[in-house]
Write a protein that binds this ligand. Structure first.
Ligand code: GCU
Length: 429
């Protein structure tokens, strides 16, 4: 007779893999249960030498950390390729005459394959180039503003039960439904441009073995990369952001040297990776990015490495799965992702009810990135960077080159968040 009933054995076996592990996962939300951990020191080389000059950071240490994030976390991305773009629609009187709205087609071509994504660009009524925010959106460009002239994506979208989609197809009923996350008028009034792209135009967000989206364009190149280090979807989205910056950089209405990359949640993880891997982004904003973004993986608070790789196996590279329930073996942690952005400005925002994203772990990443910012001659977090200095809700830290706030409320990108980003951008762009 079996010692264990068959269903028990099956569940136990399956829980090592895929979906069952995701279902049976229980998040830790108890600070006293956070495991003891030691963070990799951003200011010590892989061979253990102290890094004590900006030159040594630039010439050696930054490259080591960047390479570890490529090989162990996000995967390696191809070198930039040139992009084509054309403007397919212009409204010189958008937002009641305040703004110019342009709708771009941006095309990447390689061999006989190509990928085109739509980029929507708002800019103020001026002929001077303006600083701008660039961010991916979750549901389509038409969802950020209720303007009937904005094209509706034909790419795969997540099916929703609010009438904004029919299966995986976006519908006109979704026009403007995400406008609360994109206060375009406020951004324009402050003198900034805004460029946004539907992330699914770059890579549809489901696990299909990288058959669709941007990855097949580089399939032959990917063959040359060790399988565990091949790029996942986050790296694909970040690559798209860099190609979008290529276009903005050549645009007379936008000042390409003053572009902030912004993203919420999985797209906050993406903006951090875009900003870490492409030094042209002058300011990098992570809104509630959590695990795999600004939060320290070793805390395993809320979402963990194992949970994220199980639920979203396509986001990171395969090597990242080695650290499922094994965070202490990760050769990096996410304070070093922030440090890769130094000395450029970075802003990390958490929300008090968004425990899944580990607000404290996001703040601690800022604290532990601070020494790199200081070494590079900036004032880091502004005041004293210490774990006990985590600000209370709605008390933003805006003085240094690392900005941080804990907004009261849940997981979202809100007008409150944007108003802090605009103030911070006024100082850094
Ligand atoms: C899930 C996921 C998070 C992610 C979030 C989002 O909650 O677990 O890691 O940030 O989706 O992108 O909305």
């Amino acid at each position: 007779m079996n010692r264990f009933p068959l269903p028990f054995v099956l569940v136990a076996l399956l829980s090592c893999y895929g979906p069952v592990a995701a279902q049976s996962f229980v998040a830790n939300y108890d600070e006293t249960q956070v495991p003891a951990y030691e963070l990799p020191d951003p200011l010590r080389t892989e061979s253990g030498q102290p890094v004590d000059s900006p030159q040594q950071w630039e010439a050696q240490r930054r490259g080591e950390i960047l390479d570890l994030f490529r090989s162990q976390v996000f995967g390696r991305s191809p070198d930039p390729i040139s992009v084509e773009h054309r403007i397919v629609g212009t409204d010189r009187q958008a937002l009641g005459g305040k703004a110019i709205r342009r709708d771009f087609d941006v095309t990447l071509r390689r061999g006989d394959r190509s990928l085109t994504f739509a980029m929507l660009v708002y800019s103020p009524q001026t002929d001077e180039p303006v600083p701008a925010f660039l961010g991916l959106n979750f549901q389509g460009n038409h969802t950020i503003e209720a303007d009937p002239a904005i094209r509706i994506t034909s790419s795969w979208v997540r099916a929703r039960n609010d009438g904004s989609t029919a299966g995986n197809q976006a519908l006109a009923a979704g026009r403007g439904i995400r406008s609360a996350a994109w206060p375009v008028e406020m951004i324009i009034d402050r003198g900034y441009g805004l460029a946004t792209i539907y992330y699914g135009d770059i890579d549809p967000d489901f696990d299909d073995g990288f058959e669709n989206g941007i990855h097949p364009l580089f399939a032959d190149w990917a063959e040359s990369v060790e399988p565990g280090q091949r790029w996942g979807s986050i790296a694909g989205w970040a690559y798209g952001l860099s190609r979008a910056l290529d276009v903005l950089d050549s645009d007379p209405r936008i000042d390409g040297s003053r572009v902030a990359v912004i993203g919420h949640s999985r797209l906050g993880k993406t903006s951090l990776w875009a900003g870490a891997s492409d030094e042209r982004f002058k300011l990098v904003i992570s809104n509630n990015s959590g695990c795999g973004g600004a939060a320290l993986s070793r805390r395993a608070f809320g979402e963990t490495v194992g949970r994220i790789n199980t639920a979203f196996p396509h986001w990171f590279c395969r090597n990242h799965h080695r650290y499922n329930e094994n965070e202490s073996e990760l050769p990096v942690d996410h304070h070093q992702l922030l440090a890769l952005i130094a000395p450029r400005a970075v802003y990390v925002a958490s929300a008090s009810e968004d425990l899944w994203a580990d607000p404290r772990g996001e703040f601690l990443a800022c604290v532990h990135a601070d020494p790199v910012y200081r070494l590079l001659g900036t004032d880091g977090l502004g005041g004293e960077a210490a774990p006990e200095k985590m600000p209370a809700a709605d008390q933003p830290l805006l003085e240094g080159s690392i900005g941080y706030h804990l907004r009261s409320g849940g997981h979202a990108l809100t007008e409150y968040d944007w108003s802090q980003y605009l103030t911070f951008a006024d100082r850094h762009l």
